[in-house]
Design a protein around this ligand. Sequence first.
Ligand SMILES: [Zn+2]
Ligand SMILES: [Zn+2]
Length: 243
Amino acid sequence: MVLKVLGSSSSGNCYILDNGKEALAIECGVSLSKVKDAVDYDISRIAGALVSHEHNDHCGHVREFLSARIPVYMSGGTASAKGVSGANILLCLKKTDIGGFSVLPFDVRHDASEPMGFLIRHEETGDILFATDTYYLRYRFRGLSTMMIECNYDRSILNDNVSGGSLHPSVRNRIIRSHMSLDTCIDTILANDTSCMMRIILIHLSSGNIDSSDAVGKVFKASGIETFAASPGMDIPINRTPF
Ligand SMILES: [Zn+2]
Ligand SMILES: [Zn+2]
């Protein structure tokens, strides 16, 4: 299985887990043409698309996905906030099977109607945690193979941007109340069972408010686990074993 990163920031989010036979899209924040490109124009192999919440960088292209008859999954709060009909409604902590993928949604903390994170399991990948746009994670997980976790900003860079005048204090305050800092990201990783974890993928980095290579270095130093910062065009092999 390969994780294809099509977008991972406030300008648009989408990831595709794809083994060439079946695929799962995570987020509908980039155009369907980019998704088609990523799956060699075989969209029939996309078993479904998950959406974490209604903000446009995650949900802005959802109608294109629905028009292409890709089954879309989101919370009831997300569907009504976005005015979407025809999506499959997910309930927190209720598992759903999507092709060979099993998805357990859970609630996260963000300035959105009913935002969700997802625990995604496939026999080729083991358990993948996906958590973005959340300033905090209340759940702990055991036996994860992969963490895809938001690492939005570095508090000291954010404060420097405010004192330098490039960021309004009200924007900083909104970021702090809705997105995950590097420090919280590291604490969250270490609060989980990392004994089987093979990779950490930092997602939704805010380019002006964090230094991605510094973040990768700090997460690796704290966890000892191979760490990536997601950026468009990246393909990351996601297999249960390294072989
Ligand atoms: Zn976002
Ligand atoms: Zn958001």
